[in-house]
Write a protein that binds this ligand. Structure first.
Ligand code: PLP
Length: 363
């Protein structure tokens, strides 16, 4: 079988060694002669997986005292709702930065469940191709919600808008573990696993404990983050396999040098692809340069007549998953942590080959 270069936006590429270990555990986990899929989540062997996964998150992201790390279900989309229920006080309003489709969905939950939600700034006027700047969040809001990386539109917040006395909540689904973050800037971070951490099925929450319980509302048990903090993510059966594979990914990340290493690699990878997009006359990036994502690289052809040729070329090169999202069109190369630079080089070479074919030199 020839190699496939997987640029899928999510669920997305996982490290090959991680996949191999994960597949072994399906048949024989920890030499128990049992599958990880058929043992109790309260067994010693699985409890060790949960403990290790939580410890790795804390170590890799330098999570300070006073924060809990949870592996829950429901996807980041339930995180939208959990945000409102756990932090939205009935008497205040909730503030949102509107930077794309996911931000809008997060805001919608606040609008439905909270009543008083406001958008403090938006980039919708230009189809979300930039990150708004220079806005102020009004004093006294319950929290300020941001989406740190906009998976669909290929933008990323580079300067985190930390504001004194305002609880910051972030959906980091598509860039968690890709770069340094300062956890103490946040009241809550949540992220669906399936972009940069593991398979679909679990959602990571990093929660500052002492900011919970101030909402003056009744929260349904499963949606109350205190339920899960009290039970170490084991109030009900946790998604054992996604947590196990996430643990393996975190072990891989740590063994290679953690966040400092991956941030450097991710910057190199993104620079390689963006420099080809900028140099090649047949391609154009869709996001403003200063706001470009290091995870999701969105671009279009400058001449639609060459589309058929380009699509044929990248298919033949073994490239998969680069068709753009319907809201942007063109192409999107998702280059998450597990994507090796060699695969990006294959894409860059294919783009050069296309330019050469039309006698367009781009060096
Ligand atoms: C993929 C994605 C989501 C949706 O995650 P689900 O786990 O499918 O609910 C939310 N936010 C961002 C930024 C995403 O990339």
């Amino acid at each position: 079988m020839s190699k496939v270069h997987n640029f899928s936006a999510g669920p997305s590429i996982l490290n090959q060694e991680v996949l191999k270990k994960a597949s072994e555990a399906v048949v024989n986990f920890n030499n128990l002669n049992l599958s990880i899929l058929e043992i109790s989540h309260r067994s010693k062997d699985f409890v060790a997986v949960m403990d290790n996964a939580v410890a790795l998150v804390k170590e890799i992201l330098n999570v300070p005292e006073g924060y809990s790390v949870l592996f829950l279900q429901g996807g980041a989309s339930t995180g939208f709702l959990n945000t409102v229920l756990n932090y939205g006080n009935k008497n205040g309003s909730a503030a949102y930065l509107n930077t794309g489709a996911w931000s809008k969905k997060a805001f919608k939950e606040a609008d439905i469940s909270h009543g008083e939600a406001i958008i403090v700034a938006s980039s919708e006027d230009k189809n979300f191709n930039y990150i708004p700047k220079g806005y102020t969040v009004p004093d006294g809001v319950d929290y300020f919600h941001i989406t740190t990386n906009n998976t669909i539109f290929g933008t990323q917040i580079k300067d985190i808008p930390v504001q004194e006395n305002t609880l910051l909540i972030a959906d980091m689904s598509s860039d968690i573990f890709s770069r340094k973050i300062n956890v103490s800037d946040y009241a809550l971070i949540y992220a669906g696993a399936q972009k940069n951490l593991g398979p679909a099925g679990t959602t990571l929450y990093i929660v500052k404990d002492d900011l919970l319980g101030q909402t003056n509302r009744t929260i349904p048990t499963m949606l109350d983050l205190r339920t899960h903090i009290g039970k170490g993510s084991m109030f009900n059966t946790p998604p054992v396999y996604p947590i196990y594979v996430s643990m393996l990914t975190l072990e891989w990340l740590k063994a290679n040098g953690g966040i400092e290493w991956i941030e450097r690699v991710n910057q190199e990878k993104a620079a390689l692809l963006y420099s080809e997009i900028d140099a090649n006359p047949l391609f154009e990036g869709t996001a403003e340069k200063e706001d470009r994502s290091d995870m999701n690289v969105t671009f279009v052809l400058t001449n639609d007549d060459v589309k058929e040729d380009f699509d044929k070329m990248w298919n033949e090169a073994g490239i998969s998953g680069i068709n753009g999202h319907r809201d942007v069109g063109g192409y999107r190369a998702s280059i998450y942590n597990a994507m090796p630079i060699e695969s990006i080089q294959v894409l860059v070479d294919t783009m050069k080959q296309l330019a050469n074919k039309y006698d367009l030199v781009n060096e």
